[in-house]
Design a protein around this ligand. Structure first.
Ligand code: 5GP
Length: 130
């Protein structure tokens, strides 16, 4: 069965999309730890980032870099933090999180619950900067 992220790529489940190319896709995390928290995924399904073939992993990293640059332009922050966990969704994803301090990358802290209008406004800002 397709992963929830493949269903997002296919448009079966809505998302706040940031960017897409032939092989990769980026969209806002539905439960962000910070405003602008974005997920970057390969279109190919693999549960574990280090199972990806070299070319796919390299391409994912370069696509994430472009998204991170757009996030930093759109959302004031010191830098964009990177995390890979995959404890919840079995489809490789890179978390990109706008950071002001080290604690901003603590996923055990509470998540934000933003209104759809605010999520869309954030996505639009990042899309424009991409
Ligand atoms: P992880 O697998 O890295 O531990 O966490 C999965 C991440 O995916 C979480 O931050 C969670 O909020 C996010 N997530 C789970 N389901 C969905 C979804 O349906 N849509 C979006 N946009 N994010 C999701």
């Amino acid at each position: 069965m397709a992963t929830i992220f493949t269903r997002i790529i296919n448009g079966e489940i809505p998302c706040y999309k940031i960017a897409e190319d032939e092989n990769y896709f980026a969209f806002l995390d539905i439960n962000p730890v910070k405003k602008g928290h974005t997920l970057v995924i390969p279109k190919v399904e693999d549960d574990y980032i280090f199972n990806l073939d070299d070319q796919t992993l390299a391409g994912l990293t370069l696509f994430a870099k472009k998204v991170a640059i757009a996030i930093q332009k759109a959302i004031p922050c010191k830098r964009v933090g990177v995390a890979v966990m995959g404890m919840e969704v079995p489809h490789t994803h890179i978390h990109l999180v706008p950071m002001e301090s080290e604690g901003d990358l603590n996923f055990a802290k509470g998540k934000l619950k933003l209104e759809p209008s605010e999520m869309e406004a954030i996505a639009e800002k990042i899309r424009k900067a991409f």
